[in-house]
Design a protein around this ligand. Sequence first.
Ligand code: ADP
Length: 237
Amino acid sequence: MMEDELQETLIKLKRSNSELEQFAYVASHDLQEPLRMISSFLQLLQMRYSGQLDSDADEFINFAVEGAKRMQNLIQDLLAYSRVTTKGNEFKDIKMEEALEQALVNLKMSIEENNANITHDPLPIITADYSQMIQLLQNLIGNSIKYRSDKIPEIHISAQEKDNDWIFSVEDNGIGIDPQYSDQVFQIFKRLHTNEEYKGTGIGLAITKRIIERHSGRIWVESELGKGSKFYFTIPI
Ligand code: ADP
């Protein structure tokens, strides 16, 4: 009896979860088109009539243009977040070292601009979505560079086998994170800084966490303010 009820609840949960996923995807995808229209016509208004109406009108149009741009960014982020589960590729045996190499190619500009020194242990072959592993490493290493301190960024990627998991880590010598926020940083749109201090929307770590959850792994961070951060994630063997 208990067993049956549990089974039924599980089926219902799975169904409502996948309906929610579908909803988030459709909502963010279908919102893009009308918003694009609002945004481009607002910009047209701005270009054609700026300076010809009164100064209030100029200001109102500017606010509307900025608002529409912000909303476009948010919707794009939501879509990227929802795509982790709706548009993922199948898991294959992949070389984590190759995923790292590709992530570093994608980050080439900011690595060079910041003189970042990136080292790694030998990395294993794992069963995973290759593109998502690139995205994950790119998010974590990208953050390590972005939240650098005034020292030259030193970043190390390691892998260790433990029980039935690979435990990976990305360690940096950046500004660090106050431990009281170590769970919150993985929440969608959660940021510890203003856009003036560091550009960003607060989606990177939420996407990273979702990728790891899709792979039945865990992700967490150990850090202290001013002492650098060490992000860990696991992938089942
Ligand atoms: P974003 O970088 O757009 O703010 P993220 O989701 O990637 O979004 O990160 C969330 C927050 O976590 C950041 O605003 C930053 O405060 C903190 N953070 C992430 N990675 C690091 C890091 N390596 N060192 C210090 N702080 C970090």
